[in-house]
Design a binder for this molecule. Structure first.
Ligand code: HEC
Length: 168
């Protein structure tokens, strides 16, 4: 290094060090500011929580030992998801046809218009739908399909009446 370079270096050196110290102090101050807003005594407090709620969560027991009978556990039904309703014909084919296509156990046949008309006259449309829901004589409730909804059963009765050519 020449003398001139040496002098220039000695002039610059304190400036550079000074600037670095300045930046360091600035970063420390910024860090402290951020810390003081998000935590208390080193406990990080997420927005919407309090110092107490955070501490309670940390101190909560990780499990419990239970003696004696287990508590009742709520069982979640798996089939809760709503299923698209079946059409009247689908329900009829799957559930009702076994009897009403064959006349089993004295079931009125699908095409026995007189029979359906008489029942309609006696109880009305809603009445005969209710008979299917509740069951009647040899016909089990819901025609034996516990999963069939009221709407599906109503649609299947409509299907029967349409097929039999009975208006209501
Ligand atoms: C196990 C046989 C069986 C099945 C399955 C069955 N039914 Fe019936 N159903 C009968 C019999 C038997 C009767 C006559 C009952 C009586 O009059 O005592 C009847 C009567 C009816 C009636 C007349 C009710 C009234 O109030 O007079 C309707 C409507 C009917 N069924 C619709 C259906 C539909 C819709 C389904 C399918 C969801 C169905 N049935 C499934 C046997 C069955």
């Amino acid at each position: 290094m020449s003398d001139e370079e040496e002098i220039a270096f000695r002039e610059m050196f304190p400036l550079v060090i000074g600037a670095l110290i300045g930046i360091t102090v600035l970063l420390i101050v910024v860090a402290m500011l951020i810390d003081s807003r998000t935590s208390a005594n080193g406990v990080y407090i997420p927005a919407g929580e309090t110092r107490t709620s955070v501490l309670m969560e940390r101190l909560a027991p990780i499990g419990q030992v239970q003696y004696g009978e287990p508590e009742e556990v709520a069982v979640v039904e798996e089939d809760d998801a709503p299923v698209d309703p079946r059409s009247g014909q689908e329900v009829y084919d799957q559930v009702c046809a076994a009897c009403h296509d064959t006349g089993a156990a004295g079931s009125p046949l699908l095409d026995a218009a007189d029979e359906w008309e008489a029942r309609l006259e006696e109880r009305g449309f809603d009445g005969i739908v209710q008979s299917v829901i509740d069951g009647m004589g040899a016909m089990p409730p819901r025609g034996g399909d516990q999963d069939a909804t009221d709407e599906e059963l109503e649609a299947s009765v409509e299907y029967i009446l349409e097929e039999a050519g009975v208006s209501w």
